[in-house]
Design a protein around this ligand. Sequence first.
Ligand code: SAM
Length: 226
Amino acid sequence: MSILPRRFDRIKNVLNCRMKNLTVLVEAVNKPHNLSAILRTCDAAGVFEANFICEKDKVKTFNSTAQGSQKWVKINNYDTLITAVSGLKKKGYKLFGTSLNASSIDYRNFDYSENTCFVLGAEKWGLSEELISKVDESIFIPMTGMVQSLNVSVAASILLFEAIRQRQNKNLLPLNGEGLSAKEYQKTLFEWSYPELASIFRKSGRKYPNLNEYGEINEVIKNLKI
Ligand code: SAM
């Protein structure tokens, strides 16, 4: 079993630019097209994983707006706001909450070149007061229109690409996989190259086999229940 060389090269090129130190936390956004658009932007910006607070269920199914990007951006579901905030802070992220409150600061005043998490709120109500009280900074994108706010996925795009712009200016964007640990890189390379096989390996609790430089599986796979 092997992957087409062109496909393997494409996967490697995308994975080489993925960053773990840039992410989003999404609270209570419930329209599938908005969730899909946020995820599609994450994929385009090189975000490795996106975080969602989803109290009851898994994140709502992604629709055609996602264009398959949900396959390429890892999704972390948190049951509660508290577990999301403490989990992300433990991982070293600085949380930039988006809020239209008078005390928020223009987003252009901050540096996003290190561990950055943009926190985005629900379509109707925005971020909860509780989450606003827990973020490190509150930021807003200045607007001059009649409508009070931007669509949440548009706000996500503006912020993520501002972080990309800053990192590009400082030569901090990964080009050769340095945005991920070696272990995470290898694991993801296998999962993206052989998604079905990866799922079978996970279910049987077995370690993924190594890939050679052409993306071929080197080892003989024995006793795998398909
Ligand atoms: N009435 C809500 C409020 O006061 O926050 C509007 C919510 S807005 C439609 C949905 C989300 O989009 C917000 O929670 C925020 O994450 C993001 N957003 C929209 N406009 C923004 C802006 N100008 N600056 C920063 N974030 C914005």
